[in-house]
Write a protein that binds this ligand. Structure first.
Ligand code: FMN
Length: 344
């Protein structure tokens, strides 16, 4: 199950309904459930009071209920640990207790929306990720995923337009701008020990620019991902909007295919699996209908990637994996925006 923000955790505390929602996915035979993004302990890590926290007694108690219910249904789960970085305030007007923080204060190219982090802020943020990972392990989760994608904090360090720093956390090359992520992964690895899986979600595209690319050649991708693998990443979760799109000219390999080839690590592919339209179209209100899995299976059977993340199809239908396994394709329901309104 792909991580999907649901906004059903008032004050950052996952409720029993959230636990039941994830347990239903375990009952539906999801192999690995990745939680919605859960924010780490920094004053401005979130722009919405209904996004779950992964810190504080009450929130961690809520997560304990989640993992206990998921495990009672034989599920395996990892929380996705998140810091949004510099983001726009929501229409509700809610704001965190401190200004949004990021590498250089940019919310988008050329647009300031927060403050530049000091080296002390960076160190505290890394510590907060490591603490959240340790808490995840102590609560009984089987892995953690670090959200390094989609233009949020970690990705703001990767991306040159949002990282204009002149100290050791900035630089002209993607490899130089990866230092924050490398240190963060290393700290998470130290906190969970060697036998606990760490997934890092990465993407070329950003919410600020769907066409953005961090790595424009396989060489750049290698210089970006290999140091992260060496720092402790076990799984690269390669976020694309459409899994069938080739990453570089001259090969039909997608992002997960290249990441696996270049790092030798386990990879997850994602993006419009089993659905006709991508998720940004879905936010515009376009419905997505069930679609064939043949192309996905061709790539999987070829060994391009190891795991497949499914987002909206599973948000709408907890029983999706079992229906697929049993070949009950006429019972698949697709996805419409209305599915976002409830925790079914
Ligand atoms: C409602 C919704 C919330 C999402 N929230 C997150 C999130 O918290 N973290 C994340 O990494 N991706 C998030 N995504 C992206 C999904 O994980 C996934 O990559 C995307 O939906 C594409 O997969 P799909 O086409 O199977 O839906 C979200 C997507 C949706 C539809």
């Amino acid at each position: 199950m792909a991580p999907m923000t649901r906004l059903f955790s008032p004050g950052g505390v996952p409720t029993p309904s959230v636990a039941d929602y994830y347990a239903r996915r375990a009952e539906g035979e999801v192999g690995l459930i990745l939680s919605e993004g859960a924010v780490i302990n920094r004053p401005a890590s979130s722009n919405d009071p209904n996004v779950p926290h992964f810190y504080g007694k009450k929130s961690l108690r809520g997560w304990k209920l989640v993992i206990d219910k998921v495990q009672a249904s034989a599920g395996v789960m990892a929380p996705q640990l998140w810091h949004m970085g510099v983001v726009s305030p929501k229409d509700s007007g809610w704001l965190p207790s401190a200004p949004f923080e990021g590498p250089s204060g940019f919310v988008a190219p050329g647009k300031i929306g927060g403050v530049a982090m000091t080296e002390h802020d960076i160190a505290e943020t890394i510590k907060a990720f490591a603490q959240a990972a340790a808490d995840a392990k102590a609560l009984g989760f089987k892995a953690v995923e670090i959200h390094g994608a989609h233009g949020y904090l970690i990705d703001q360090f990767f991306w040159h337009p949002t990282n204009q720093r002149t100290d050791g956390y900035g630089g002209q090359t993607l490899a130089e701008r990866s230092r924050f992520a490398v240190e963060l992964v290393r700290a998470v690895r130290d906190s969970v020990g060697p036998d606990f899986a760490i997934s890092l979600r990465v993407s070329q595209w950003k919410l600020q620019d769907y066409a953005a690319r961090l790595a424009t050649t396989p060489q750049e991708m290698q210089a970006w991902l290999v140091p992260l693998a060496e720092a402790g990443v076990d799984i690269f979760h390669c976020s694309q909007r459409r899994f069938w799109e080739p990453e570089f000219i001259g090969s039909d390999l997608n992002f997960a295919g290249w990441a696996k080839k270049l790092t030798g690590k386990t990879t997850i592919t994602v993006g419009s699996v089993g659905l006709s339209g991508d998720f940004l179209a879905a936010f515009r209100g376009e419905a997505s209908t069930p679609s064939s899995l043949d192309e996905l299976l061709r790539r999987f059977d070829r060994g391009d990637f190891d795991l497949v993340a499914v987002g909206r199809a599973l948000l709408a239908d907890a029983g999706w994996p079992r229906k697929i396994r049993e070949g009950r394709s006429s019972e698949l329901i697709g996805f419409t925006k209305e599915a976002l309104a409830t925790l079914t």
